[in-house]
Design a protein around this ligand. Sequence first.
Ligand SMILES: [Mg+2]
Length: 345
Amino acid sequence: MADDAGKTALIAAYDGVVCDLDGVVYRGADPVPEAPKALQDLRARGVKIIYATNNASRVVAEVAEHLAGLGAPATSADVVSSAEAGAAQLARALPAGARVLALGGEGVVEALARAGLEAVRPSEAEDAPSGSVAAVLQGYGKDLRVRDFDTAARLLGTQLPWVASNDDATLPLPWGQSPGNGAYVDLLVASLGRRPQVVGKPHPPLYRLALDHLGTEASRTLAIGDRLATDIDGAAAAGLDSAWVLTGVDLPSDLMATHAAPTFVIGTLSELFQPYAAPVEHAGTWQCGTASARFVDGELRLRVDGASAVEVVRAGTAALLGERERGRPRDELVRAAAATLDGLH
Ligand SMILES: [Mg+2]
């Protein structure tokens, strides 16, 4: 929904966006309502888009195909993964064609090849002498076996360079949380006593790679994501403004449990085309549109007065963040947000 008052739209301050995927564009196989259309409108407006995902298991062409199938504008050139950020990191440090153990799925193997390195699968490296591979790139791979971690541990014991695509401890699945790449990284950390360099969000290299692809200034680039500890904290670490979108996993109570401070809070991507109503404080009460919020006696008092849900969330989270800054115990703020704001979206 491109508006006519283009100058005042939130997105008018930006030339490019770095967009997260799961929880922002799709949830599992299904599109997030309004998201594909909003992305089409962004492109029509001349805003550059790059999709940046911490998921290292899928090859980028597969991700682009999924996005295009949902109606979002995307080709392989518009997607960067944490596996690619890891491969780019290694390609800078190693000679072209260097052999790198691909401890992960096809996304890791392909990223190494695209970066001009030779991917060596763990099954090929089982009996390989140390010194026959130059580094290890670790990303999520559903078919990895215990013996593959043995091979990696043996090679890494020689102080080989070790890069991990991301350190998300969990992977959300329809039935709950399964171990993510971070859990498998920790498995090796526990036996080796050293840690890899991690390139995925919230660490800056993936966002930096996305910026390289966009060719936009950091100050004119907006990061969009649903996860506070990865997308939003990562944007801050990379010097980007961020829009936290409430269509994914994290809720207002999660904001109170973290140090994250998103630049914008939006309910859907279509709000990028509207002027941003920032919450304003007056004598301890936070106002956003017709919504107001005040923290009194350990409780968040809200007045809605016909405001939209996202305006209530902005006013409410602003009031609670004010208390967070004053050092009020986190559990009290988490409880207050869960009781009032979490159910609004
Ligand atoms: Mg996400």
